[in-house]
Design a binder for this molecule. Structure first.
Ligand code: HPA
Length: 259
């Protein structure tokens, strides 16, 4: 089964499939949002809206552990996610997609591991599933719009946007885009030996990259405009992903604990 964690504005993918059921799961970390289970061609897919429906939860209040665990409980081995992001560089424009291959984690208050009672140190040399990234990138060739193949996702705690000094720092550190919801999701998936990759949709230039003030309305507007291409890209990626997992994700706990 494929799991989808949808950020802002991607619910329509459910409507492209054949809805089987919608349910809330009780996990050891709390309740999940309502998850829609549907068939996309011959694959079972579980869609989870990250912010709950109606965008109820701000980024620092999302129950990332319940979300990832619920998909695992349903039998998902892979997660494809979406994130709206600000661009740190003028050459990466609003409306473009980026498939990150690395991250910088500036979150501060979120529960970030499933393993509070034993020492588990997962390797994140390739934090995003290389097989899934390759599939998304090659699926992007048939989609209207630019898909940038690599980049570093910077995750802030939010919910405020960034200061110009922060954006300068992130750029100097090698960041490409900035968002508030990519972490700890990607690491939690790895801790459960699930594959995880994300499609970042550039919704704005980050603070001070353009002289304009950053507004959430602008973020929603661009996502709304590019939603069709985003869903097309997700659809193609899900259909094209090889059945066999061939990546480090499936044995992530090997070598992560002292024998
Ligand atoms: N900063 C942080 N998170 C975001 C942004 C941004 O500019 N745009 C969309 N999510």
């Amino acid at each position: 089964m494929m799991g989808i964690i949808g950020g802002t504005g991607v619910y329509q993918i459910v409507e492209m499939g054949d809805l089987k059921e919608k349910k809330v799961l009780n996990t050891p970390f709390g309740e999940s949002p309502p998850i829609s289970i549907f068939m996309l061609e011959d694959q079972e897919v579980a869609f989870l809206p990250r912010h709950k429906e109606g965008h109820d939860h701000p980024p620092h209040m999302i129950n990332y552990r319940a979300n990832v665990y619920a998909l695992k409980m349903l039998g998902a081995e892979r997660i494809i996610a979406t994130n709206a992001v600000g661009s740190l560089d003028e050459s990466l424009k609003p409306g473009e997609f980026l498939i990150p291959d690395d991250f910088l984690d500036f979150t501060r208050t979120r529960p970030f591991t499933f393993y509070d009672d034993r020492a588990v140190h997962v390797d994140v040399t390739q934090p995003y599933c290389p097989q899934m990234r390759e599939t998304i990138i090659s699926s992007g060739e048939k989609v209207d719009g630019t898909v940038v193949e690599n980049g570093v996702y910077v995750c802030t705690e939010g919910p405020r946007f960034e200061t110009p000094a922060e954006i300068r720092m992130y750029r100097q550190m090698g960041g490409s885009v900035v968002g508030m919801t990519g972490l700890p999701e990607v690491v939690l998936a790895r801790e459960l030996e699930m594959c995880y990759a994300t499609i970042c949709m550039v919704s704005n230039y980050a603070a001070s990259v353009s002289p304009e003030k950053v507004t959430i309305d602008e973020v929603f507007e661009v996502v709304e405009e590019k939603k069709k291409e985003l869903i097309h890209l997700m659809y193609n990626s899900i259909v094209n992903i090889p059945e066999e997992r061939d990546c480090p994700c499936s044995f992530a706990l090997e070598g992560a604990e002292i024998d």
